[in-house]
Design a protein around this ligand. Sequence first.
Ligand code: SF4
Ligand code: SF4
Ligand code: FES
Length: 340
Amino acid sequence: MGTKRHFRVWRGDSSGGEIQDFDVEVNDGEVVLDIIHRLQATQTPDLACRWNCKAGKCGSCSMEINGKPRLGCMTRMSTFEEDETVTITPLRTFPIIRDLVTDVSFNYEKARETPAFAPPPGVAPGDYRMQQVDVERSQEFRKCIECYLCQNTCHVVRDHEENKAAFSGPRYFIRAAELDMHPLDDRGDRKQYAQAHQGLGYCNITKCCTEVCPEHIKITDNAIIPMKERVVDRRYDPLVWLGRKIFRRDELEPATSMAPSTSTGVTDVASGTTQFSTARMPEGPPVREDGKMDVSEVSLPTQGGPSPFGDDLSFPLTPGEVTYHRPADKADSGSDPYAH
Ligand code: SF4
Ligand code: SF4
Ligand code: FES
């Protein structure tokens, strides 16, 4: 037996829009995407929403639900209190196309800028041989479903449109880390490249990206921080410091073209002709004489501008609020057949 619940859904396009109110029937076991489908079937046939698998695997149904970036198909209605109003807005970081559909091509551009995998000379596609142990760490990053919730959440671009040219975002930091750990990638130093060309230095390790990842990829701990640590290690290594005094810069700095030693089986990025952003990259945070960074560098308060959708929603929230509330967290979970 269904119950009527109150929903607020942003409707509009690139020229503007507004939050509209709806009362919709909700049944046991339903997710937010079900409610959007019911709205389309009963009250708003032209409500635009992207979806595909309804199984948390295609990454299409990304939206903000009560201000939190989530997959509509993986957010159970039992997450909310019976009398709670559920507000659904589009991803905030990308331009609106219509209603809940945004233009995520920023991410495709960043994917195109990321140098592709390149095997060593003489190793053709089909001849790749590696052991499970070689890919144990990087395999986690292959779980990415490209929902772009992490890209949408990162305050570096969420609150600062001007950073988009220089910042690839957490989804492409895990790509860089994955290829950096790949036993057959012959492209060059991926972490140095991430620092110089992908804006790794903008990231102040707030972990918001990790908090919203529906695949529970430890983006910050397992990809970003290891790359940052090794970039800093190299930069402040006393031997490297001495080398800088003795050798010319071009004898020390890694190549920036990322051209591999062969172009077999790779994209045209291998030719080194791909244009990368020339926007100014930030300096890394200062490292003290004792080799540590100031705590404030790693614990800056998470920034979050007011919602552009006319609601009183603010984001990012504290990690405790962002993490999905399991039905079992609720006091009445005993009556919830989906509690676990
Ligand atoms: S840790 Fe924070 S600043 Fe860094 S990529 Fe993730 S969301 Fe962005
Ligand atoms: S890393 Fe996680 S949040 Fe980011 S695009 Fe991939 S699956 Fe989505
Ligand atoms: S519809 Fe595919 S992840 Fe939600």
